[in-house]
Design a binder for this molecule. Structure first.
Ligand SMILES: [Zn+2]
Ligand SMILES: [Zn+2]
Length: 764
């Protein structure tokens, strides 16, 4: 079973923890549906699409019949045909009809524009409308374009507020296409859900009721996510009938480094080689074997390091060979990026290190090998990245290289969690009051909100509107709620409340971007390394009074890691389950935290350089938390002496935060935790895990729903880790506010077993 891909040298096969063979699949083509006009099918045929696959035809027909539809299949399965066919057929048959296409990135919208233009259909007039569109073009798009390709931010800031000048387009609106809709998760997803509801309401004003067609990467329960996103019932098509080559998928755990005797490693636990160094070696091995390989690396700096290290070792072996490896920079022009992709497809380049699958062109598929440096956070992203490998009739390889953290470690030792598990549901919460209230203000500024509009915005809309009226933000009249300010509400879809902090380059005064206040203390504190569009900056000063962070361009070989101290108060309990000595709860909490210092660590080795103090004020976050308590008696019976309770709970908290992304589409940085041997509000030993966004983003709620699965995986990863006292692969956390102290690894397994035993009992 464990046959290493040929380019992986045998001397390191101890790192190979699993090999999975994904069999090739033959395609299932069907005739063009009868409703597709011949000029449309022949335009696609001229582009090499002889016939649709079964899933494309089925989803397209569903949308043609007016059913809100989501197609959720793998990379390269041709999801775009599912929305192009019904939208274009409609536009060809009705010259007043229009369609709106939304993508999370400008690059995707640009790709879509090229496809539509290449079809050369008469009278379709596609155009992009985004931050790069100049004034004259914008006027033309409003007056004449029939397919408008844009993003949710532009719909929110540019189109909906000026709906009167879009009257022609909105009156004809028949299809709204939401591409890559799995990208809309967390707080951003909650905002986008309301932008789509606002679009529905404004369209209705122009007497149109468009059909929504959503395209998603493979995702858990796409019908439910699509329904939550649009607010209307959505039918899902998930069976992929496109062909693909077989892929050998290897899981790889970097080896332990020889024991070190430096003082830097205080607890003397063995350290693993970094995922970046391993990826660079594997990339070099692949390239010297003539294998065309794409390496996915989480950060851009990491991608450049991987390319540089691979080039260096290749040049040492065969001078000049290093030039066949490149890094793919998001800051490059689209033409340059496409040229790099083309060079990889035709073999001029053999290795490319890239950050994000979304930035890559859709044509870059069929590679010989894909290396994934660190689990990308969700199964959906993993399969999206892996989907770049494999051509019909040829073997291809994919290797996931684990980073030194609990989730990656769990996955490379539990292949069933990767290969036998449905992908995560996309989690977001349109009911989040911190999203709902500003979105209702935006809606009211577009058109007064009438009682008839309330169902669109959900059951909590009316109390939220009344609260806004009571606060003097909206005005309530018999006919509804009105926005009476002259300026429009200032709402950032990607922020999370509070005015943004401007990031400004000191030398030039240039505004690089903004960071919401919620994360400014963590991201742009004085001394922080801040990445903006692929360029690295170091923060000279965070000036909170003026909401500005002054930065200079610098590319240091360290990263920065903030430390904070946190306090938590329970405000209200929403739901609770008491099972024997264990109680599991979900509710509203107030978290007070203060970023007090940060560590600088070497990028490649992770070695701590130093810790620098910060002088930042406290911040207060109202959010949603899941928490569990155990009784002191049960801890006694489990054989944990009371002096060790803090370490047991703290270790269990860290590991459970590390494993939460297994069940919800969040990053461990989206969540926080707190554990204590006696919490003031519960009076008991307690572990809290909370959403890091005001009002919550749905993560804690999801954890409460599937607590047994979540905590079960948590116990497994801690129990199976081969370290003695706890390491980054199990209970240590990179964002611990207490310097990972105290941590009791063995006691964490005991306390988690206690909780799981209780939860497996039938409720009394
Ligand atoms: Zn460990
Ligand atoms: Zn901690």
């Amino acid at each position: 079973m464990t046959v290493a891909p040929t380019f992986l040298p045998l001397r390191r096969s101890a790192s190979l923890t699993h090999v999975e063979e994904l069999p090739p699949r033959s395609g299932d083509p069907v005739p063009w549906p009868a409703w597709v006009p011949p000029e449309l099918s022949s335009a696609f045929a001229a582009r090499g699409v002889a016939a649709p696959w079964r899933h494309q035809a089925a989803a397209a027909t569903s949308a043609w019949e007016g059913t809100h539809t989501v197609v959720a299949t793998g990379t390269g399965s041709g999801k775009s045909l599912a929305y192009q066919l019904p939208a274009l057929a409609t536009l060809l048959s009705d010259d007043r009809a229009t369609a709106l296409y939304l993508a999370p990135t400008k690059a995707l919208a640009a790709d879509q524009l090229r496809t539509l233009e290449s079809l050369a259909l008469p009278g379709i007039r596609p155009a992009t409308y985004d931050g790069d569109t100049n004034r004259e073009e914008r006027a033309w798009v409003r007056q004449h374009a029939r397919v408008v390709l844009t993003n949710p931010d532009m719909l929110h800031h540019g189109i909906l507020p000026g709906h009167a000048s879009w009257a022609r387009f909105l009156r004809g609106l028949r299809y709204v296409i939401v591409d890559e809709c799995h990208a809309y998760r967390g707080v951003f997803g909650s905002h986008v859900a309301h932008v789509l509801r606002r679009l529905r309401r404004v369209a209705a004003r122009y007497r149109s009721t468009p059909c929504f067609v959503l395209a998603s990467a493979t995702a858990g329960d796409p019908a439910r996510s699509g329904t939550r996103l649009t607010g209307m019932p959505v039918t899902a098509f998930t069976e992929d009938s496109s062909p693909r080559g077989g892929v050998t998928f290897a899981l790889w755990e970097p080896p332990l480094l020889p024991a070190q005797t430096t003082d830097a490693v205080t607890d003397a636990e063995p350290q693993r080689r970094s995922a970046l160094s391993e990826t660079a070696d594997l990339l070099a091995d692949a390239v010297s074997a003539g294998v065309r390989t794409l390496a996915f690396v989480r950060s851009r700096k990491g991608a450049e390091l991987v390319a540089t290290m691979a080039r260096r070792s290749l040049d040492l072996a065969v001078p000049g060979l290093g030039s066949r490896v490149a890094a793919y920079r998001s800051g490059y022009l689209r033409e340059d990026r496409r040229a790099l992709e083309h060079d990889l497809i035709d073999g001029t380049l053999l290795g490319l290190a890239s950050t994000n699958a979304l930035e890559l062109g859709v044509d870059l598929t069929g590679l010989d090998a894909v290396l994934i440096a660190g689990y990308p956070g969700t199964l959906a992203s993993l399969w999206q990245q892996a989907g770049r490998a494999g051509r019909a009739g040829r073997d291809a390889f994919c290797v996931l290289i684990a980073r030194d953290d609990p989730l990656d470690t769990y996955l490379v030792h539990h292949p069933e969690a990767l290969f036998s598990r449905p992908v995560e549901a996309t989690v977001f919460d349109p009911g989040n009051p911190h999203v709902l209230a500003p979105q209702l203000c935006c809606a009211a500024a577009e058109l007064p909100i009438t009682p008839a509009d309330l169902p669109i915005f959900g059951p909590t809309a009316e109390p939220a509107l009344d609260a806004l009226a009571a606060a003097g933000i909206l005005r309530k009249r018999p006919s509804g709620w009105y926005w009476t300010e002259r300026h429009r509400p200032d709402v950032d879809l990607r922020g999370a409340g509070g005015g943004p902090v401007a990031v400004v380059e000191s030398a030039t005064g240039r505004l690089l971007g903004t960071v919401d206040t919620g994360s400014a203390h963590h991201q742009v504190h004085t001394g922080a390394v801040y990445l903006h569009q692929g360029t690295s900056y170091v923060v000279d000063e965070l000036d909170l009074a003026d909401s500005v962070a002054l930065v200079h361009a610098e590319d240091p070989d360290w990263s920065t890691h903030p430390r904070d101290v946190t306090d938590l108060t329970v405000l209200a309990v929403r739901d609770t389950r008491a099972i024997g000595p264990v109680t599991l709860s979900l509710g509203e909490v107030e978290v007070t935290s203060q970023v007090v210092s940060y560590q600088r660590r070497r990028l490649v080795t992770g070695e701590v350089i130093d810790t620098c103090q910060l002088d930042l004020p406290q911040r207060v976050l109202r959010t949603i938390a899941v928490w569990w308590t155990v009784t002191p008696e049960a801890l006694d019976q489990a054989g944990i002496p009371d002096v060790d309770w803090p370490g047991a709970l703290h270790a269990a908290e860290h590991a459970s935060i590390g494993l939460l992304p297994l069940i919800a589409t969040c990053d461990r940085w989206d969540i926080g935790g707190l554990s204590t041997a006696a919490h003031a509000d519960t009076g008991l030993p307690t572990v809290f895990v909370y959403d890091g966004h005001p009002g919550g983003a749905g993560f804690a709620e999801r954890a409460f729903e599937v607590a047994a699965e979540w905590l079960g995986a948590t116990r497994t990863v801690v129990a199976e880790c081969r370290c003695e006292h706890g390491c980054p692969s199990c209970v240590q956390s990179p964002k611990c506010g207490n310097g990972n102290n105290p941590l009791g690894k063995a006691d964490a397994v005991r306390v988690l077993s206690l909780v799981l035993d209780a939860m497996s009992r039938p409720a009394a």
